[in-house]
Each structure stands twice: as structure tokens, then as C-alpha cells.
Design a protein around this ligand. Structure first.
Ligand code: GLU
Length: 466
């Protein structure tokens, strides 16, 4: 039986969840979930200044909103510092690492001299092969004994074989002179202890992989499969930044993008499955594979995101959408729907979800449900309510009292009324929209009337008809 897949996302807390981190998390989640594997979360909180509880929370919230459930508890890297140090000491005991007593001044002097001679400034510690009897009683760091000859090959599933000459790798520090472990060691020990089989992460970590491999080799641990994915660029081909638009996951949540649409769009950002653009989570899990990840950076396309989100909203069952909407209202600190409004939403959902790209757009279409009498008109709606149209609405109301409240009858009634007024239905529709919703752009007049019902519709017309 082949080994169970275990992936992870290992964000450093920065105060918010970057869209790139979200995509990396998604890839790891898809890969694990599609293979009956595990997906783990590790917070790389060794930088104590940035690692506030709020920063951790931002990550947890982002994961939760995106629906990327992880197995077990979130692991704190900082909490495992003793274990990281233990491994450094083991490498030391086995002669795969050594104590280096060089001072900062000595290292600086070495570099200056190397520069002056036009040689490599890669530090070669004189303590690498020193005899223990010569050790001074002084602070030291623990360095790994990196190979000086040959080549390290990162067999990367995305980048191919990446060859790094060993004479370009230094004896990196594992433990600082105060005994604290360095980040590079922590990552490897954590990945090993967490049983990570596949490291899928941004290609800004590709160079780290070569150095991290030295620790695996020193410990005789099996290497994970590496897949370094190209970073996300903005539409102009430069690394995605605030200049291009929102970069934080929460910002997208607050703008009202559905999480399903984000997952769908982010999955396509750097990965492809034929020409498929729109797909479900189940399809993405089934299809996702490292071989579908491209080698060049992908460009964030805001229009495409909106388009996919619109398709996802349209495809979401009404009841589920209603629930999503409630979550959105709470997250964006908008008033919750009363029971009465919820019922109207339920009725209107098939209409509301058409062509809405975000929940916010959906709510704007639902203005006729959200607004309360007397309806306040915006400027455009107000313009549709001149004296003539108000008179027309007044005359229309008695007809609405008697017509049977079904679409075909309503259509016929309004068309006949418009004809009798010697006008076009369009001329009648604008004041009706204004009266029913206080807006110029709304769902169809009939859809609104059917959702609101006879009494409420007539009451709204009467409010403006006088
Ligand atoms: N903590 C790193 C980051 O946030 C990721 C490290 C890794 O995936 O190995 O970029």
C-alpha cells in the first residue's frame, strides 16, 4: 500500500492572510483531500514580534472562510523550539554538525578579505574540522557540515530537477549562540515530525529547499516530494501587491465574493485541467495534480474572478445561498435579515442570484426586499417619479386590486394598462421600479410584485401615487 499523503500550509503570521498563502493552502488541501490524505496547519510563529494572537486568528479565520478544513490542531512552531534544538544537538553528537566559535568580527574580516581578493565570500569556518581540545571557553553557534563538492539536486515536481552546486552552499547555522534554533531547521524538523510527504509552497522557498535537504540527509530522514509553485503576479506582470487591488483574503470576503468562487478561481491560478474554468470542489479534488501546475507566474485577473464567482453563486442551491448570505451579513457587520425578510429572500432567490457576482451585488438587487416603507428613492428613481407618472400609478392601483396575482395575469394587466394610457410598458416600468424599490436598476417589475405580494405592492404604489 502506498503511503498516505500528508500536506501542510505553514504561514508566518503577518496580520492578514495573503491571497498567495490562500492559493498555496488551497493547492495543498486539494492534493490531500483528493487522495484521502491529511492536510495540516502549522503557524510559523518564531518571529515573536509579529506573532500576536490576532495574527494567528487572521490565518484561522481566512482558512475557515475559504472552507479549507485542516486535520488536528494548528501546530505552533515556536512551541517546538526544544525539539528543534534537540535535533541540532543530535547532528552535533553524530559529527554532522560542529561548534563554531568564530566571532562576528572574524567573519566580517574574512568576508572583507575575500572581497578584496575577488574570491567567494561564502564563509568557511576554521572550526569545521578543529580538534575539541582546541575549543575555547566561549560562545559558539552550531553549524551543519555541508558538502563542499558535488551537486544537490532538488527533484521538484513543478520546476523539474533544480541543480545547486554544493560549493555555493555554506555551513548554515542551526543553533544560534544563545541556543535558539534557526527557522530553516525548524521547518525541516516540523515537516518530518508532522509526517509531511509533500511540500507544496511558493517558489520563493526553492533556494531554501537545497539547504533544508542537508538536514534531512544528515538525519537520514526521507525527503518529502517538493513542488515549488510560481508566485502570483498582478495584471501588469509584477508581483501581486496592494497597488493592483486587494491582496488580503478578508478583503475579498468583505466585498462579498463567495468562498466557492474564490476556491474555483484560485485553483485555476497557476493550475489547469484542460480548458475547464468552472468546476465544483469535488471535481477540483478529483482533478488536482502537481503535473497540472504551470512553471510561469500566473496573473491575477479580477474580471475573471468576478465572472467565476457569478457562476458559482448561480450554481449554489437557494437554501445554501441563503445561509451564505447570513454569514456574509454578519462578517460585513450589516444587519441580519428578519424572519419576514428571510422568507421574501427565499421566494426571490432564483431571481436575485442571476447575474450577481458577489453577495453585495445580490443584496443590491434585493433592495426592494430590504427597504421598508415609505421607500426612500435614490436620485435616479426620484427622476422617474414626475407628476405624470405619479398620476399613472394612482390610476393603476385599482386594477391591481382585482387582478389575479400570477405572472401572466399581471403582465397582461400592466400591458393593457399601458396601452390604455397610450404609452409603452417601459414608460410605466421606471416609476414602478422607483415605487417598489426606490431604485432605477432592479429585478423585473413582475418579479418584485410577485415576491412582495399584492398588499405590500399596492401600499408602495399608494405611498408615491398621491
Ligand atoms: N512560513 C513560510 C511562509 O509563510 C512558508 C514556509 C514553507 O512553506 O516551508 O512563506
Amino acid at each position: 500500500m502506498s503511503q498516505q499523503v500528508v500536506t501542510r500550509i505553514a504561514p508566518s503570521p503577518t496580520g492578514y492572510m495573503h491571497i498567495g498563502t490562500a492559493r498555496t493552502a488551497l493547492f495543498n488541501w486539494l492534493y490531500a483531500r483528493g487522495r484521502g490524505g491529511k492536510f495540516l496547519l502549522r503557524i510559523e510563529d518564531t518571529d515573536r514580534e509579529r506573532s500576536s494572537p490576532e495574527a494567528k486568528d487572521a490565518i484561522l479565520k481566512g482558512m475557515d472562510w475559504l472552507g479549507l478544513d485542516f486535520d488536528g490542531e494548528a501546530v505552533s512552531q515556536f512551541a517546538r523550539a526544544d525539539r528543534h534544538a534537540e535535533i541540532a544537538l543530535q547532528l552535533l553528537a553524530e559529527g554532522k554538525a560542529y561548534k563554531c566559535f568564530a566571532t562576528q568580527d572574524e567573519i566580517a574580516a574574512f568576508r572583507d578579505a575575500a572581497k578584496a581578493e575577488g574570491k567567494s565570500t561564502l564563509y568557511h569556518s576554521p572550526w569545521r574540522d578543529a580538534d575539541e581540545s582546541t575549543y575555547p571557553d566561549a560562545p559558539y553557534v552550531v553549524r551543519i557540515k555541508a558538502p563542499r563538492e558535488g551537486t544537490t539536486v532538488i527533484a521538484d515536481e513543478v520546476q523539474g530537477d533544480v541543480k545547486i552546486k554544493n560549493n555555493t552552499l555554506d555551513d548554515m547555522i542551526l543553533l544560534r549562540s544563545d541556543g535558539t534554533p534557526v527557522y530553516m531547521l525548524a521547518v525541516v524538523v516540523d515537516d518530518h515530525d508532522m509526517g509531511i510527504t509533500h511540500v507544496i509552497r511558493g517558489d520563493d522557498h526553492l533556494n531554501n529547499a537545497a539547504r533544508q535537504m542537508l538536514i534531512y540527509q544528515g538525519m537520514g530522514w526521507p525527503l518529502p516530494v517538493y513542488a515549488h509553485i510560481p508566485l502570483i503576479f498582478g495584471p501588469d506582470g509584477k508581483k501581486l501587491s496592494k497597488r493592483h487591488g486587494a491582496t488580503g483574503v478578508e478583503e475579498y470576503q468583505l466585498m462579498g465574493y463567495p468562498a466557492s468562487g474564490m476556491r474555483n478561481y484560485l485553483a485555476r491560478l497557476g493550475w489547469s485541467h484542460g480548458d475547464d474554468e468552472f468546476f465544483s470542489d469535488a471535481q477540483a479534488q478529483e482533478w488536482f495534480d502537481l503535473s497540472g501546475i504551470g512553471k510561469s507566474p500566473s496573473r491575477f485577473d479580477f474580471k475573471k474572478l468576478a465572472n467565476i464567482c457569478g457562476q458559482q453563486i448561480a450554481a449554489t442551491p437557494d437554501a445554501a445561498l441563503q445561509q451564505e448570505l447570513s454569514i456574509y451579513l454578519e462578517a460585513s457587520k450589516q444587519p441580519a435579515l428578519t424572519d419576514a425578510r428571510s422568507q421574501l429572500f427565499e421566494k426571490a432567490m432564483p431571481v436575485l442570484k442571476e447575474r450577481a457576482k458577489t453577495y453585495q451585488e445580490l443584496l443590491e438587487k434585493a433592495q426592494f426586499i430590504i427597504a421598508e416603507r415609505p421607500i426612500i428613492c435614490d436620485e435616479k428613481a426620484e427622476a422617474a417619479l414626475d407628476i405624470v407618472s405619479r398620476g399613472m400609478l394612482k390610476e393603476l392601483t385599482p386594477h391591481l386590486q382585482t387582478v389575479s396575482w400570477v405572472r401572466a395575469e399581471l403582465e397582461q394587466c400592466l400591458n393593457a394598462f399601458a396601452e390604455a394610457q397610450d404609452t409603452k410598458f417601459g414608460k410605466l416600468a421606471a416609476p414602478l421600479r422607483a415605487a417598489l424599490a426606490g431604485r432605477a436598476a432592479t429585478p423585473s417589475v413582475f418579479d418584485m410584485m410577485l415576491v412582495l405580494g399584492r398588499d405590500e405592492s399596492i401600499a408602495r404604489l399608494k405611498d408615491v401615487a398621491a
